[in-house]
Design a protein around this ligand. Sequence first.
Ligand code: SOE
Length: 388
Amino acid sequence: MAKKKLNIALIGTKFMGKTHSNGLRQVSKFFDLPTEPVMKVLCGRDPGDTKAAAAQMGWEEHSANWKEVIARDDIDIVDIATPGDLHKPMAIAAAKAGKHVICEKPLANTAKESEAMLAAVKKAGVKHMCGFSYRFAPAVATIKKMIRAGELGEIFHFRAAYQQDWIVDPEFPLVWRLQKKHAGSGALGDIGAHILDMCHNLVGPISEVSAATQTFIKKRKIPDSRTGMHRSNRASKKAKMGTVTVDDAAIVLARFKGRNTLATFEATRFAPGRRNHHTFEINGSKGSVVWDLEDMNYFQYFNRADPDQAQGFRRVNATDPGHPYADAWWPPAHSIGYEHLFTHEFYDFIRELNRKTVSYPTFEDGLQCNRVLDAVEKSARSKKWEKV
Ligand code: SOE
């Protein structure tokens, strides 16, 4: 019997538009789904660019009018992959139209916006996911199962860094990710959100923070195009200068209600040589684990119960059939990449569409992260510990 079709509208055609399009194109080819996702409409700002992107990435239709698309009766899921300032209006419109909603991280630019989005999806009774993609790495999902099974014991430390270097050059222009009105914050909300969520995912909710932020380069040239993350991106020679209104780096200390755990986070775009270096280490009473996005198929595991003569970090390859998602792809050690995580996201979302409880990060998780982001910025201003 033919499977019920799920018509999807994706809003966003740049980097996340590409990762989401690729994830959607692959999901039913590698995973057994109860319904058939259809790449129905791609929405973008520029009609010409969107038409070209839709043809290239495999969308049936294209539109430059997201409000019109969200209102269509034949759309079942709205997937938002735009700058953060558009997340709230789009998600609320989609919820009011009875659509299930997927939204990139951070869920919104403030906790207040996230609260309104969560209220709207709950009121509409639709499913909602926030795109914390790194939760879907087989190695990370395995670490989560180990922690939940008590294999690390009591958690003493969660230690994470997310370092990039694409804006170290002062000639890199003032793209939307460097403007508070579009992005909400800089390294903090863009990449810091991932490591803060990873801590929520693996350890538990952060209750208070002490933080510092820094903007190293305060003025940059205003570019013709507001997007473009390649470090060779440049504005024209005669471009005017504009003010960077977000952080370039954030350092955070965190505590947890009812736990002895201490956590530290570093998010920076000023670490030359660190192209996309998301790494965490967790130290517990029974052992430790380490994961590094730049070596994402492996994790390191130290087990204090190993015999003395054999103690040390073992390097586990998380591509065996026993590792989450792994057996949908290739035989062991043939490795998967960053792009597969988006396929995993859509697999879980579509597979669990009719379930009461879900395994993926929802708007609740997105709001929890936004509350920490707000508290971090408050602490950076007050130079005091701030409650989440
Ligand atoms: C830019 O820092 C970025 O594209 C983030 O926005 C993504 O969330 C991250 O996965 C890769 O880097």
